[in-house]
Design a protein around this ligand. Structure first.
Ligand code: ZN
Ligand code: ZN
Length: 148
């Protein structure tokens, strides 16, 4: 499985891409910068190094939004599907990781979602009943008390 690839696309199909396994991460993000553009309770991301990521079709259909100093989000300009978030390197070095929305992939990856991050930023109406670790705090990834 380690050398397998998984394809993905936006809703309208204009943007098609592929990632190579293994992935680096898989988890649910509750931060407002994810919730608002996705119109979702939380967003499930996986991530790969840039060399394991390829746009196969529709690169020109992607719109880029610099959502923070170190994050560049990309979505399909036709159907609005949120697809990727590039993590800028420090001081202008090339990105070391690209987040990919798990829901845009067409097949299984090498892991299940394993954590909730920015859990203390979650929407008031979000109710989570699972045993996964809940992380938050300033970095979004610090372990929270059980009642957070
Ligand atoms: Zn599209
Ligand atoms: Zn987020």
């Amino acid at each position: 499985m380690a050398d397998a690839s998984v394809t993905g696309s936006c809703f309208c199909g204009a943007v098609a891409f592929e990632i190579d396994l293994p992935t680096l991460f898989c988890g649910h993000c509750h931060c407002s910068m994810c919730r608002r553009p996705h119109g979702a309770s939380f967003v499930t991301w996986t991530a790969v190094p840039p060399e394991q990521f390829r746009i196969k079709e529709g690169e020109g259909e992607l719109t880029t939004y610099q959502s923070s100093h170190h994050g560049r989000r990309q979505f399909c300009r036709t159907c609005g599907s949120q697809l990727f978030c590039w993590h800028e390197g420090e001081d202008g070095t090339p990105p070391k990781m690209i987040d990919v929305t798990l829901a845009s992939l067409h097949g299984a990856i090498d892991r299940e979602p394993a954590v909730h991050v920015f859990y203390d930023s979650r929407a008031d109406w979000t109710v989570v009943h699972d045993a996964l670790p809940k992380r938050g705090g300033e970095s979004g990834t610090e372990l929270l008390d059980d009642d957070a």
